[in-house]
Design a protein around this ligand. Structure first.
Ligand code: PRE
Length: 280
């Protein structure tokens, strides 16, 4: 069985995948690294699993992942949150000698203070923090990169700065998924390994142009004491001004029956795209 993850080895995605496996009973699993999240997603089939970043504490939701989940036939089987911290490496001795900096697209949003303090530096966006490191190592004089701090120990370059994220307390949440569509009836029978669950889903009204549409959707949860922990709206794309709502519901094992009863009721009025029901 393969575990599809953003590579090369050493990314935060890699660290999150390893942390997830420590707590999970998978045997005979091998890592399958890809340079972009798109390729990570495409590589997952059959019984294989994959990991995508969902949200960062400083920079918010990963829009590409949410957009993919909106229409993807996947089942999320778990999530993993890990601390993330970044360092700056450069092959020059002073900050003002840096000409180009390699930075992963989501890392960029987490290191804004540093990057805006260098307005003349060319920012080259990459798809992975370890690709930023590779490009830097094969680069020219005046190059720099923002990389996971854990990768700095083995480097010997003139300029190194620790903790260049906008805040030291920082983490990223990843989801682990399979390529089969989540099945509401099958998941309603699933035994949870812990007492707490998370259920992510998209709810799409046929039109948002009525007073109280969102209020009505959330009423299903409130009336049944189901705890809404996330809400995001995403455009449906076929029409301007029409949105889907990404929701995450959390609760305890005792609420399993009421959760699925509520989702079935919602399905009668809205398009419900369930993404999973897993232990947290
Ligand atoms: O490039 C990496 O190291 C990643 O794992 C990617 C990623 C992301 O895209 O969310 C993961 C954690 C950090 O927030 C920054 C980048």
């Amino acid at each position: 069985m393969k575990f599809s993850v953003l590579g090369p080895a050493g990314t935060f995605a890699d660290a999150a995948a390893k942390a997830y496996l420590k707590a999970q009973p998978f045997s005979d699993i091998s890592f399958d690294y890809h340079p972009t999240f798109d390729q990570v997603y495409q590589a997952v089939s059959g019984d294989d699993i994959g990991l995508l970043p969902l949200e960062n504490q400083l920079d918010g939701y990963v829009s590409a992942t949410l957009q993919r989940l909106q229409s993807a036939d996947v089942t999320e089987i778990g999530e993993m949150t890990i601390p993330v911290d970044f360092g700056l490496v450069a092959n020059v001795t002073e900050l003002n000698q840096i000409k180009r900096i390699y930075v992963q697209f989501k890392t960029e949003g987490q290191c804004q203070q540093l990057l805006t303090s260098m307005p003349d530096v060319q920012i080259i966006t990459t798809s992975s923090n370890m690709i930023s490191l590779e490009k830097f190592q094969n680069g020219e004089l005046g190059d720099a990169a923002i990389i996971p701090q854990s990768q700095m120990a083995d480097l010997s370059v003139p300029l190194m700065m620790n903790n260049v994220a906008d805040q030291d307390d920082n983490s990223t949440r990843f989801i682990i998924f399979k390529s089969q569509a989540a099945d509401l009836e099958a998941l309603s029978q699933q035994h949870l390994a812990t007492d707490q669950f998370k259920a992510p889903l998209f709810v799409t009204p046929s039109s948002n142009d009525h007073p109280g549409t969102l209020y009505d959707i959330l009423g299903y949860l409130a009336d049944n004491q189901l705890n809404l922990v996330t809400i995001m709206s995403l455009p449906v794309k076929t029409q301007l001004g029409v949105y889907s709502f990404y929701l995450e519901i959390s609760g305890t094992r005792e609420q399993q029956a009421v959760l699925f009863k509520t989702l079935r009721k919602m399905t009668a009025k809205y398009h419900v795209h369930l993404l999973g029901y897993y232990a947290v």
